[in-house]
Design a protein around this ligand. Structure first.
Ligand code: SIN
Length: 530
């Protein structure tokens, strides 16, 4: 068991964590710990792009308004405004680190369009924007002499003064224990500032666009360490995930609908105009619910996204990755519609922070999808998430740089494995994992009801007890750590959803189909355990 020290410890390696690390390394030594390869983060899979006001016919006011409309009354307007206004500067910073966004023939950025945006304002790199951003940031981080990278280090828990040193007074973070997967050891990472940049939790649902890493680790660790979490009932479902047995988490970007793609029933009938005047480009929550309703009515397994009325060359050039992946699976989007279904996509709630990423635990910050800053409210506007990660990564770096340095950190207790045995019942993990994801999809998905939530709550209470026992009896493994976090996330989502007795944004319940601003026009906040 070893210990490593740094001025700042970053957990996670998407746009928020890596851009933060590059800024923070100007003022001290940074450790970036990530549970898989450095490149493996939700960011890498973002297709659409990053929203920013960069063209003369667009305005900050319009971007703010679009974000507030999507957020259904729960966005914090000052947070939205500062995020939107800092957009152009963070885009310039990404370009400085080597990100190449597409430009048109005149050298101007080629701006894409997505649902809910009143202008074309989505910078993109073909249809692999996230991969391009991740590539550039990973290269810059790897080349930086003051950033130490710990890949395959899975954070287990945050170390806090109140829990691990049994100190009274205000709670403060001192580092984290991390499981070194390859060394099969637990290391102590000590730092006066810890930044959670662990991304989302799409794996809590059976169908998701998210990669396997999205297991809600940051929210779960922060909650156990005493941080407040908020708005976890607002989980965004992306309307168009590819429906195919061999590629069930492949995203079909909203940018396709931005370019005129039409949603139809499998027999070719368009249906979105029955639900919203914007048709297939209506806000995401409305499109996802409409598809869910059509699937339930018809009993069909999918609807289709039709692009065949657009020029074949344009489609292949604008969406090269989606086109290639579909072709590999035998679907030619130039000549036939693409089968699609909704899938869990983005966690709008998270660890509650101020405008600099600060949580209520001293020294603990959260940036990117793991955080609840007030930007998204009850529903996220497309392509605002990469923007949020970059803006709040930069703000947290400035806030930490402005803190007085020089404090000595106390000695930390080494990880205590107790009498834990080597796990011999992998089946328990697989069983519980599948069970959680299935009931979350069926009972806590796009359309909810009091009875469904109560059913989910009974199941999660039972499973959490079982997982808790298993956790203390057996040595840690990555699977066990992820299951423990995922189960806590499921519980927090269900509890948040049970508190909100109205329908708003991404939370829709058949028992309370109306929005009630007077009673429920605020965040759903839960105090951490601490
Ligand atoms: C997409 O490309 O449809 C995803 C963009 C986003 O979720 O912001």
């Amino acid at each position: 068991m070893s210990q490593r020290d740094a001025d700042v410890l970053v957990l996670g390696s998407g746009i928020a964590g890596l851009s933060f690390a590059l800024d923070a390394a100007r003022g001290g030594r940074v450790i970036v710990a990530t549970k898989r390869d450095l490149t493996e983060a939700n960011t890498r899979y973002a297709q659409g792009g990053i929203s920013a006001v960069l063209s003369p016919d667009d305005s900050f006011d319009d971007h703010v308004r679009d974000t507030l409309v999507a957020g259904a009354g729960l966005c914090k307007e000052h947070v939205v405004r500062l995020c939107v206004e800092e957009g152009p500067a963070v885009v310039a910073r990404l370009v400085h680190w080597g990100v190449e966004f597409d430009r048109d023939r005149s050298g101007q950025y080629d701006m894409g369009r997505e649902g809910g945006h009143s202008h074309r304002r989505v910078l993109h790199a073909g249809d692999i924007t996230g991969a391009e951003i991740e590539r550039a940031l990973v290269e810059a981080v790897r080349a930086h002499p003051d950033i130490e990278i710990l890949e395959h280090h899975h954070a287990i828990d945050l170390i806090t003064a109140s829990k691990h040193l049994r100190q009274g007074g205000s709670n403060r973070v001192l580092g984290a224990y991390a499981f070194d997967v390859r060394g099969d050891d637990v290391v102590t990472l000590r730092a006066p500032s810890v930044v959670l940049a662990t991304g989302g939790a799409g794996k809590v649902y059976k169908y998701t666009t998210n990669p396997d890493v999205a297991t809600g680790d940051g929210v779960a660790m922060a909650y156990r360490a005493g941080a407040r979490v908020a708005n976890l009932e607002f989980f965004q479902f992306h309307p168009t995930c590819l429906f195919h047995a061999k590629a069930n988490s492949f995203l079909i970007s909203e940018a396709l609908r931005g370019e005129g793609g039409e949603l139809r029933l499998p027999d070719g009938t368009p249906f979105m105009r029955h639900y919203h005047e914007l048709g297939s480009l209506a806000p995401r929550d409305i499109v996802a619910r409409a598809i869910d309703n059509e699937l339930k009515k018809s009993g069909k397994p999918h609807v289709v996204l039709d692009m065949t009325h657009l020029a074949p060359d344009f489609l292949a050039e604008r969406f090269p990755t989606i086109h290639r992946r579909c072709l590999e699976l035998g679907i030619d989007m130039r000549t036939e519609p693409i089968p699609v279904v909704p899938a869990a996509h983005y966690m709008c709630g998270g660890v509650q922070t101020d405008v600099d990423g600060r949580t209520c635990v001293e020294g603990l910050y959260a940036v990117g999808e793991v955080a609840c800053t007030g930007l998204h409210g009850a529903n996220r506007l497309a392509s605002n998430s990469l923007l949020e990660g970059a803006v709040f990564g930069a703000r947290a770096a400035r806030a930490i740089a402005a803190q007085p340095g020089g404090a000595t950190l106390p000695d930390l207790p080494a990880w205590d494995p107790g009498n834990a045995r080597t796990p011999d019942e992998g089946v328990v993990i697989a069983q519980n994992w599948n069970e959680i994801r299935r009931f979350m999809w069926n009972y806590v998905g796009i359309v909810r009801s009091e009875r469904r939530l109560a059913r989910a709550r009974r199941r999660i209470d039972l499973l959490r007890e079982e997982i808790h026992e298993y956790y203390w009896d057996y040595r840690v493994t990555s699977d066990l750590l992820e299951l423990r976090n995922l189960a806590l996330l499921a519980e927090l989502i269900v509890r948040s959803a049970q508190r909100r007795k109205e329908s708003r944004g991404l939370h829709y319940t058949t028992d309370y189909p109306e929005r009630h601003d007077r009673r429920f026009g605020t965040d759903t906040v839960m105090e951490g355990l601490g």
